[in-house]
Design a protein around this ligand. Sequence first.
Ligand SMILES: C[S@@+](CC[C@H](N)C(=O)[O-])C[C@H]1O[C@@H](n2cnc3c(N)ncnc32)[C@H](O)[C@@H]1O
Length: 276
Amino acid sequence: MGFVGKLKKLFSPAGPRLVASALRYQYWHRKNQWIYLKHGLALENECVGDFMPHDIYWAHRSIYDFACDHLPSRSGLRVLDLGCGVGYGAALLAQDDRVASVTALDLDEACIRYAQRHFGDITGLRFAPCAAEDFPSQHAGPYDFIFSSNVFEHLDDAGALLRALPKHLAADGRFFFAVPPIFDEAERARQNAVEFHRSNHLIAEWQEHLQRAFGSPGTFYAHRYTPRQPDRPYDATSAPIPVTDLGSYDFSFTASGLDASQSGDTLTAIWVLGLP
Ligand SMILES: C[S@@+](CC[C@H](N)C(=O)[O-])C[C@H]1O[C@@H](n2cnc3c(N)ncnc32)[C@H](O)[C@@H]1O
């Protein structure tokens, strides 16, 4: 939207609400930066964690809970979490009875230090600083479950890593893949403006990458906010909430064709794939 368009919006009836929301965002953004520093985390990261419960945290956390439903149904599983952030999700995976080990990697050493401090004593869970692109040389598979949520959009060449992945999956292993849902050029432009996002592919383009890497597009799920209290809007301003206010059950995952993802209310695009 150009400058004139923005001015028009500002002086429209919706203007005061938009200004209030922008101020609220700025307020919490600054305040949350202190919380990051207090926990020894870097400001140039957009990781979320249990140390700062807000709607965006619960959206991310619900994806890990959903992933647990997709673990192969046998014991002794070897799991890889590519881009584990501060490690709360890798900890969840590691505590599942079917899981024997979780290798949790992140580029950001401050995140790994936090993860190590808070979850490092969980049996079978190992954190290490490592770029996702380097896992094939530093933490090669086979894995029974490779998980990556809200990370591939950060990579310079996401397609190359997707093509390298199948070699590190066990024969009946699964790849659980989640990225921001970009269903049109307007949303792509918005994502291009996010400092950390480099691989801003349309949903159909991700699908092509996955098809090329795995020989099949897998199953697509639309992740949505579907709260128990219908009058509770999703708050994307990172304002903290009482811990009991939301939970993973306020989000849904609909297995659907790609058309269903066009509705605009999809928070995350998710694919679950196996080897052909
Ligand atoms: C939005 S957070 C998601 C973290 C976690 N998966 C979750 O859902 O809470 C993105 C994470 O990707 C990490 N990251 C970005 N580029 C990366 C790369 N090339 N290799 C590994 N991790 C990376 C960041 O440090 C950050 O912790």
